[in-house]
Ligand binder design. Structure first.
Ligand code: SF4
Length: 342
């Protein structure tokens, strides 16, 4: 197995399905992307587009009724490449990667913090287990980490329980817990959605500072285009389990090419808008993941739909350096350009 030397993770044709009583949910339908070492990427889309499932698959954190195919190539610390998709979910290999090399921070901190243990016990445990520290060393490092993430009076608060922390402080403690494992990849799943706006900005800037300081590779998962705009170098736009557009964040924001990306950007309220001005929404609703449409997943809602769109899945077309779009509009344009150049 070989990987581009600049990447730490390469996801190829990832497919995740869930067997339910009602049928099969096609949650992720052939997703491919790269995570360069020390860089940040964003995965953006509405709820139910498969962005969270696709990232949980990286740690093989999927329920028993899930099936997974494709490749998840990960470069280990010793330089060896391992395909996480081939590992058994409870194998020793994935347990040495999950939460350690690839750490996660969640929208709701209480999903990772135990309510019945002190913050010190929870963070120290990772330091003792993963870094071989003594109890005393682990406590000192826990205090350092709490200071690093901006917890005031860390020496005293380290002995408190999560319920004694505010929402923003719990989020910071969860980030400290992720850092205690000395990760190389950080997956941040809607890390600030549950916080109010001022805290959101503080926590986002903290994550960004830590990403730079620890040279972390980061995958930021969000429905909020405003969040990714300032946080990641590359953005992947997902719709119904597929990436429909990906590219350098600024370029995708300034010149969105896929009709879905254009619709998403137009649906953000503008501060410069006139009073009473209506926000444009994307008409229609996302099709059921139980019964995927033939052809382009966005066809039912697309203002530019053509006959071929409901018959054939559009192939990826490169429209700029590292900028790719999955849309028949561009396949036609590419063919026309090829014919003109012939
Ligand atoms: Fe619209 Fe067709 Fe492009 Fe899909 S492939 S986004 S339906 S124009």
């Amino acid at each position: 197995m070989s990987m581009n030397p600049k990447n730490i993770l390469e996801v190829r044709d990832l497919v995740v399905k869930f067997k339910m009583d009602e049928g099969t949910v096609h949650a992720v339908n052939g997703v491919s992307y790269d995570v360069p070492e020390g860089k940040s990427i964003g995965i953006v889309g509405e709820s139910g587009c498969g962005k969270t499932v696709s990232s949980y698959a990286l740690n093989r954190l999927l329920p028993r009724n899930a099936s997974l195919s494709g490749q998840i190539l990960f470069r280990e610390r010793n330089g060896q490449v391992i395909d996480i998709a081939k590992l058994k979910p409870e194998s020793k290999e994935i347990r040495s990667i999950r939460g350690k090399d690839i750490a996660m921070i969640f929208q709701e901190p209480m999903t990772s913090l135990s309510p019945v243990h002190t913050i010190c016990n929870q963070i120290s445990e990772a330091l003792i287990l993963f870094q071989g520290m003594t109890k005393k060393q682990a406590r000192n490092r826990t205090v350092e980490l709490l200071k690093l993430v901006g917890i005031p009076q860390a020496e005293r608060r380290v002995d408190e329980y999560p319920f004694q922390f505010s929402g923003g402080m719990r989020q910071r403690a969860m980030i400290a817990m992720a850092l205690a494992r000395n990760p190389r990849v950080l997956i941040a799943d809607e890390p600030t959605t549950a916080l109010d706006v001022t805290l959101q900005a503080q926590v986002l800037s903290l994550i960004q500072d830590l990403q730079n300081e620890f040279n972390l590779s980061m995958i930021l998962i969000t429905h909020d285009l405003g969040v990714v705009a300032h946080m990641v170098e590359t953005v992947n736009i997902m719709y119904l389990g597929r990436i429909v557009e990906s590219g350098p964040t600024l370029q995708v924001f300034e010149e969105p090419q896929h009709p879905y990306t254009q619709g998403l950007l137009q649906s953000i309220p503008k501060l410069t808008g006139r009073l009473g001005e209506r926000v444009t929404s994307i008409p229609g609703s996302v099709p059921s993941a139980y019964d995927l449409p033939e052809g382009c997943p966005f066809a039912a809602r697309c203002p530019h739909r053509m006959e071929i769109c409901s018959i054939e899945m559009p192939k990826p077309v490169q429209i700029g350096e590292d900028h790719t779009v999955h849309c028949h509009l561009f396949i036609g344009r590419e063919a026309a350009e090829d014919a003109a150049n012939a």
